[in-house]
Design a binder for this molecule. Structure first.
Ligand code: BDR
Ligand code: CA
Length: 322
């Protein structure tokens, strides 16, 4: 079968989050995506808020997949204060939220992941755009799922390509920094993982003009993107002098559906779990030889190191405009 024609069964593991919401919109509207589950994790807001936001998005976007609440704290220690200066106090750019009439699945997120993956072995792609805490718990409780997942596509980390090294510290990206222990365990398991880190997400920018045109051409979805992204755009303008904002979580969706937009490298990955470099992601590229070390015996994973940003932006627009 031509890869382009394949439908992807997707579990979306997320901490909505403005860019999480934009990526969920993409998944809900894409014709080649069968969204089978949404699982929440703490991160851009606390777990009650990210779950409330995911339920709001289910109601607003009209998808039928269950939403299950996940971890509220990292594997080790306490959660850090949510970045309200990036995503607003309510995690969705402080837009007004209506009363929510849909409810969460009774299962915890890791159980929903286990159930969905085992129901269709080899078919499920997990797109993970927050802390890796739910994935670590799922593989700890049901190790067999490691061999049953089709692929995990992650937005997280930074490998120093194209000068992109970190956004919460000089060497760490937020999703990995927020639970480095879980990320190190998940990246060390033998399921196939592809990562869109800051190396490519900070190379993909939605400008103010782009968003205005989307708002004009993509009906209610376009207006929604403009409404939720205004606060986020302001943060990028003030912190990075950017006319627009980085395309983080939607890049994981693009990498899952259009790997041809990306240049990649492979190798074993470690995450620094203590000290001043906590949260740093480091790849040992395949084919490079070093003395015995911490990367030995780990599976080869894939990282995106280059991107056709124009193609990613076109893909987002065409999915919404039709
Ligand atoms: C990542 O951190 C969160 O703020 C975003 O939603 C994205 O997943 C970017 O570092
Ligand atoms: Ca996110």
């Amino acid at each position: 079968m031509i890869p382009d024609m394949q439908t992807l069964k997707v579990i979306y593991d997320t901490d909505p989050g403005v860019d999480d919401a934009m990526a969920l919109l993409l998944l809900a509207r894409h014709k080649r995506v069968d969204l089978i589950g949404v699982t929440t994790v703490f991160g851009n807001a606390d777990i009650a808020t990210t779950t409330r936001n995911a339920l709001y998005l289910k109601q607003k976007l009209g998808f039928s997949a269950p939403v299950a609440q996940g971890a509220g704290a990292p594997l080790v220690g306490e959660p850090d204060a949510p970045p309200t200066f990036v995503h607003g106090l309510n995690g969705l750019g402080d837009i007004d939220l209506p009363p929510i009439s849909v409810s969460a699945d009774p299962r915890p997120a890791h159980q929903l992941i286990i159930d969905l993956v085992t129901a269709t072995p080899g078919e499920v792609t997990i797109i993970a755009v927050g802390r890796m805490t739910n994935l670590e718990r799922a593989m700890r409780e049901a190790p067999e799922i490691v061999g049953l997942v089709k692929q995990i596509v992650v937005m997280g980390g930074a490998f120093g390509r194209n000068g992109h090294t970190g956004n919460v510290t000089p060497v760490a990206e937020a999703n990995i920094w927020g639970d480095p222990d879980a990320a190190d365990i998940v990246f060390g398991a033998a399921w196939p993982i592809a990562i869109a880190g800051l190396d490519v997400t900070q190379a993909t920018v939605m400008s103010e003009t782009y968003v205005a045109k989307l708002a004009a051409d993509a009906g209610e979805d376009g207006a929604f993107v403009r409404a939720i992204s205004a606060f986020y755009q302001n943060f990028h303008r003030e912190s990075a002098g950017l006319d627009g904002f980085y395309v983080h979580d939607s890049s994981a969706v693009a990498l899952a559906l259009h790997p041809e937009f990306y240049q990649t490298e492979t190798g074993a990955i470690r995450v620094v779990t203590e000290g001043i470099a906590i949260g740093q992601t480091i790849i040992k590229p395949d084919g490079r030889n070093y003395p015995p070390g911490a990367w030995d015996g780990r599976p080869s994973q894939t990282i995106a190191v280059g991107v056709d940003a124009v193609a990613v932006l076109k893909f987002y627009r065409e999915t919404l405009v039709g």
